[in-house]
Structure formats: structure tokens, C-alpha cells
Design a protein around this ligand. Structure first.
Ligand code: NI
Length: 181
């Protein structure tokens, strides 16, 4: 009986809290206009952050389009949310490339980029993994973790929207996050 209860508790935990609340460690990156932005400056306000690259064939465009749809659905309650897209491909994605790319998806996405070391540190803070993959015929693409991380005003990772989670579920998650932020 005790074991079953423990298992049940573990399952509830696994599904009710998809990520444990934990401090999102410091990141320090550049905005499209070249201004430095650190996670410390964001204390006091909620934000969403995800990692990708402008040459991404599918995951990033899908994530951006879905996130914009989720924001539209949530409405004014989401106005206080800042939204950051961190490139995992700083070789090709500078400020102008990020700004041009993100403008196509909506006015609220702010691209962030940094050196290879700064990018790696930011990714580590969110346990994001990315890899450069050579393409046949030259060039390369990037593999990367696909999830939108929701950071609360205290700088803690409070929830995440997983790739291809149904839109209604994403809306619900974001509403719940904003209500508690
Ligand atoms: Ni991508």
C-alpha cells in the first residue's frame, strides 16, 4: 500500500510539476541593438525564453507561430510577458538577422545572441542541448532542445511549453503561469 501511494505521489509530481521550480541561472547576452541584457535585470517580471536559430527548417518556425497564437488567445493578460529567442547559431545569427527573422512572426519576440561561450552558458542554465550537424553538400544545421521556458518574477524556472503540446494546453499553462506571476 505504502509503495503504491509513493508511486502515485511520484506520478502526480511528474505530471503536475513538469519542471521543478529552480533558479534560472544568470545569462548575459546581446539584444538586436547590441545592448547587453542579463537575467538579473529581468528580476521582478515574468518572461518566456527559448533557444533556436534562424535557419531552422521546422521546429523554430512552428514554435514561433504557435507561441504567437497562444499569446493572441491569452490576450492582455500576456502583455506583461517578455519573450526572448536565443540563437544557438551565433556564427550566422547576429542582431540584424534575428530582428529580421523574428519580425515575421510577431512584434514581441526579442532575439538574443552572444559569443560561443555566452551562448553555451545561457543554454546550460536551462539545460538546453544543441549541436552543429554538417549537411551533405556543405553547410550545417543545428539540433537543439525545443521548449519554451517560463521564468517567474523571482527568476525561477516555473514551467515550460513543450514542442507540439496541443495549443489549448499551452494556453492553459501560460494563463496559469501568468496568474501566479
Ligand atoms: Ni529550431
Amino acid at each position: 500500500m505504502r509503495l503504491i501511494r509513493l508511486l502515485a505521489a511520484a506520478l502526480v509530481l511528474a505530471f503536475a510539476t513538469p519542471v521543478a521550480a529552480q533558479p534560472a541561472e544568470t545569462f548575459s547576452l546581446l539584444t538586436p541593438t547590441g545592448q547587453r541584457l542579463t537575467s538579473a535585470e529581468l528580476l521582478g517580471k515574468p518572461y518566456a525564453i527559448f533557444f533556436g536559430f534562424t535557419h531552422c527548417p521546422e521546429v523554430c518556425p512552428t514554435t514561433l507561430a504557435e507561441l504567437q497564437a497562444v499569446l493572441d488567445e491569452v490576450g492582455p493578460a500576456a502583455d506583461k510577458l517578455s519573450i526572448f529567442f536565443v540563437t544557438v547559431d551565433p556564427e550566422r545569427d547576429g542582431g540584424p538577422e534575428l530582428a529580421n527573422y523574428l519580425d515575421a512572426f510577431g512584434p514581441r519576440f526579442v532575439g538574443l545572441h552572444g559569443s560561443a561561450e555566452e551562448t553555451a552558458a545561457a543554454a546550460r542554465a536551462f539545460r538546453v542541448v544543441y549541436n552543429k550537424v554538417p549537411l551533405e553538400g556543405g553547410g550545417y544545421t543545428m539540433e537543439h532542445t525545443a521548449a519554451v521556458f517560463l521564468v517567474d518574477p523571482r527568476g525561477r524556472l516555473a514551467d515550460r511549453l513543450s514542442y507540439q503540446m496541443p495549443l489549448a494546453a499551452q494556453v492553459q499553462r501560460l494563463k496559469r503561469f501568468l496568474a501566479g506571476s
